[in-house]
Design a binder for this molecule. Structure first.
Ligand code: C2E
Ligand code: MG
Ligand code: MG
Length: 574
């Protein structure tokens, strides 16, 4: 008796079930039905035992066995091990029966979150081995590992191919590294205010001699699940280092390179140490390497990841949060973790056309990131409209097919040697542009620092603009929407986004505004200006120099239009 039946539930044991199910399978096929083998996995059993004890856990398993025998009959069900059960039935009304089972189970476990995952394998020929059928049903069930409600998964051709592909990836991975089937492509990231390439992101591609081009979607998850991804990520770091050395050997100055990291990287090795060792051995500056970490990695183990982010940053590596907005808990993560930059997930942009809400949300998130002192990148920029919108809301950097797709190393090196046509930013200039990019044109705090009372009487949705001055010319680099509206209403002709020589700008500005702008740029003084117009209006502005480009000597000045009145006032220096 014991040999055939499970002691706890009284159901047939595994070996006996194979015998019974083999016979049932033949019977169903003879009747013209399609037999289906089901593999059941109860989630959360371990925690339940831990909380309520094994005896109560056993009672729960007995209750479950009663539910499946109610649906499929005593001799057609088995307990294979722990919380794993198997059953065979014909496939008619199968989903209905399984959903009734889920409903009954929910009544038993009540508020506890203990979903049942079911894998189903439908048998199409009498010659199918019942053991294989049970294995396949388990494989289908395993696909639901990350599902947290009771669900059903069918074993089908696609699943079979997926499994085959995963096996191929895992067994050929080492070879793919050695033979350099894995290539690193690079996607340039462009600075919004100067259109120059300011960073490049390294993205892995597997170019297989048999299977052809494989994109990260085909292998990243598999390597993560197999805990092998750290080898890929360190390989990518090695390729980046090779690339940086090549660019230096060409006499060019490279922009920072970013590498994507996965959660399991940190389980397998000391990632901070490994990357640092490699970069140091190559004699490269840490600022040339940026680490991209997704929000979900951080959320998976907050305190540990907080430490790792800090370690990277203390060593001088930049850390970016990738795919912001693709998961949960975005906002509180930002409050507690110190990143250098937030990269907005491309779904924000791709949803923009759906309606106004997308624009409102992205605008506010951008404002919030800027207020937190973070830089911003938006990925997935595919059109001129995307670019214009992002520039308008103050996104610092832009990445997407609109500029270029990820490119192989040869193409990237060509772009460096073609520096005449494609402009790259030099790292010494980067902090200057960081200041300009991060400057919040939707918040007056920069002006309020010490003169709060003076400003309280002015309206708060300020037209604001940033102007750049060289020795003899001036241009607008950034402005907010209310400034553009204000300028269109007020000035017959205003300075544009290209440099214009001082002597060509309209006489009106040249007399009452320009001298103060130049003085502010030269001396760094904060200046209030009252600019009088022929129609009797006076425009009150406040200006402050915010940064100096160490390479070109260009100075940038932020200007806020405080109010427009008909009073005539004089210029006041402060
Ligand atoms: P990610 O880090 O968010 O990378 C951006 C992805 O967006 C890249 O896909 C890139 O090719 C794609 N992309 C860029 N611009 C556009 C655009 O304008 N439109 C559209 N539709 N897509 C655009 P890719 O290379 O397929 O990489 C997908 C993900 O795989 C990456 O997302 C990253 O999470 C992961 N990944 C890629 N390479 C590596 C790696 O070496 N290590 C690790 N751990 N993960 C990697
Ligand atoms: Mg990335
Ligand atoms: Mg991303």
């Amino acid at each position: 008796m014991e040999r055939f039946y499970d002691n706890l539930t009284g159901l047939p044991g595994m070996t006996y079930f194979y015998e019974l199910a083999g016979a049932e399978c033949k019977r169903l096929i003879a009747l013209g039905n399609v037999p289906a083998v089901m593999f059941f996995d109860i989630s959360g059993m371990k925690q339940y035992n831990h909380k309520y004890g094994f005896r109560q856990g056993d009672d729960l398993l007995i209750s479950f066995s009663a539910l499946i025998t109610d649906q499929f009959g005593d001799e057609n069900c088995s307990r294979f091990a722990k919380d794993h059960f198997v059953a065979i039935s014909d496939n008619r009304d199968l989903e209905y029966k399984l959903h009734s089972l889920f409903d009954e189970w929910k009544k038993i476990v009540d508020t506890l979150n203990m979903p049942v995952r079911v894998g189903v394998y439908e048998i199409d020929t009498a010659s199918t081995d019942i053991v294989v059928a049970c294995d396949n049903a388990k494989v289908a069930c395993d696909m639901l590992r990350k599902t947290y409600i009771s669900s059903i998964s069918y074993y089908d051709k696609k699943l079979e191919e997926d499994i085959e592909r995963k096996e191929y990836i895992i067994s050929n991975f080492e070879k793919a590294l050695c033979e350099r089937w894995i290539n690193v492509y690079y996607q340039p990231i462009v600075r919004a205010i100067n259109g120059c390439v300011c960073d490049e992101e390294a993205l892995a591609r597997w170019i297989d001699p048999d299977k052809g081009f494989l994109s990260p979607a085909d292998f990243i998850n598999t390597l993560e699940e197999a805990h092998l991804i750290y080898k890929l990520d360190l390989y990518v770091v090695d390729r980046i280092i090779e690339k940086l050395k090549k660019i230096r050997a060409m006499g060019m100055i490279p922009v920072p390179q970013s590498v994507n990291l996965s959660r399991t990287d940190f389980d397998e090795c000391d990632m901070v140490d490994e990357i640092c060792k490699r970069v140091d051995a190559a004699g490269l500056d840490h600022q040339l390497i940026t680490v991209e970490i997704t929000e979900s990695i951080v959320a998976s183990d907050f305190d540990y990841m907080k430490q790792q982010v800090k370690r990277f940053r203390d060593l001088g590596f930049q850390v970016w949060m990738d795919d912001f907005g693709s998961g949960y808990s975005s906002l509180d993560v930002l409050q507690d973790l110190e990143f250098d930059l937030i990269k907005f997930d491309m779904r924000f942009l791709h949803k923009l056309d759906d309606g106004r809400n997308g624009k409102i949300i992205l605008t506010d998130l951008m404002r919030m990131a800027t207020a937190l002192g973070l830089e911003t990148v938006c990925e997935g920029v595919e059109t001129g409209e995307h670019e214009a919108f992002l520039k308008d809301i103050g996104c610092c950097k832009l990445q997407g097919y609109y500029y270029t797709k990820p490119l192989p190393i040869e193409r990237i090196l060509e772009r460096y040697s073609d520096n005449d046509h494609i402009r790259f930013e030099t790292p010494v200039e980067a902090p200057y542009f960081d200041v300009l990019g991060k400057f919040n044109l939707y918040d007056l705090d920069w002006a309020l620092e010490s003169e709060k009372e003076d400003f309280d009487r002015f309206y708060n949705s300020m037209p604001m603009v940033i102007m750049e001055l060289s020795n003899d010319s001036v241009r607008i680099v950034r402005s907010n929407a209310s400034y553009r509206e204000f300028a269109a209403r007020t000035f017959p002709r205003n300075v544009g986004s290209e440099f214009e020589r001082f002597d060509t700008i309209p006489q009106q500005h040249r007399g009452s505004f320009l001298p103060y702008l130049i003085e502010c740029a030269d001396t760094g003084k904060r200046i209030f200006v009252d600019e009088h117009f022929p129609n009797g209006n006076t425009v009150h502005t406040f200006m402050r120099r915010i940064a100096i480009n160490p390479v070109t000597g260009i100075r940038s000045v932020a200007i806020a239009v405080l109010s427009v009145t008909e009073d005539i006032k004089t210029v006041t220096d402060i």
